[in-house]
Design a protein around this ligand. Sequence first.
Ligand code: NAP
Length: 309
Amino acid sequence: MIYDAAVIGAGPAGITAALYLVRSGVSTALVEDGAAGGQILSTAEIENYPGFPKGIKGWELADLFEAHLSPYPVERIRARIARAEAGAPGKPALLHADDGSVLQAKAVIACTGARHRELGVPGEREFAGRGVSYCAVCDGNFYRGMDVAVVGGGNSALEESLYLARIVRKVYLIHRREAFRGDRIYQDKVRSTENIELVTSCVVEKIAGQSAVETVAVRDVRTGGGRTIPVSGVFLYVGMQPSSGWLPADAVLDAGGFVQTDAEMRTDVPGFFAAGDIRAKHCRQVSSAVGDGAAAATSALSYLEQWHA
Ligand code: NAP
């Protein structure tokens, strides 16, 4: 079967794109290798998505997105796309999954988002799952009443520090600069939370322990002085790594691997569109992912009209 459109990735951008496509009557496949929801599944509380003035838990919003899409005849495909080939005029794109299966679609919308980036310090990989974590919502409960470190200065680090501070005894928030990149509202909350200690202008040098994490060693970039902080867990939030490696080689990426698109979500490959956190852009929010998804679907529908003309 050749689908009119294939949406790869079922986070907020992918769900929205699939919803717009299927409601427009085109045959749509939504490909996802895990549970639908994307990053919101590992976000404790979403406070800035309109319509939920009291905030909403990430998994609850994912459930609502899913409930909105489920009545429609979208073909749900469980697969990980490893490689894509652009279609020639009149020929569909080929999407090669890592299980050997091949999906064919006239238009493709890339919504595969981004994963948490590794910090790259000694002990990080060794203690992954034994004290080193990239998901406070998933693992925070293991550290109830203990001391933990959070590394990073963006919205993720600030938000997850606030989440952890409600569970653990103390959070050391370690950031390599004095100023935080995250939103002012979270900075103010972090500064006024008693059990969060700011360890700014410090870089992590090593995560160490016996069978599990016991310490994190930091160096002050201003003085050169070192400090070893006893912690049971280290939560790393040092940015995102886009999942864009599967796109055709002609798709133009920025230096960080994020996909360049125009304002209508078109990539440089005809028939390929991108939406959500995989895009090179400044604002990475659930609301902007949803907007991207709607715009990408609209552009894909125009592309399909030309295809059928
Ligand atoms: P981010 O905004 O890119 O921040 C990454 C942080 O990690 C920065 O503070 C950066 O330091 C630090 N960092 C990067 N490499 C490092 C290294 N090698 N050593 C030490 N520190 C390092 O990433 P994010 O917080 O994961 O957020 C990703 C996107 O999602 C952002 O656009 C963010 O606004 C959005 N987001 C929004 C919300 C919300 O609005 N509620 C929640 C979560 C995420 P520098 O500041 O010095 O570069």
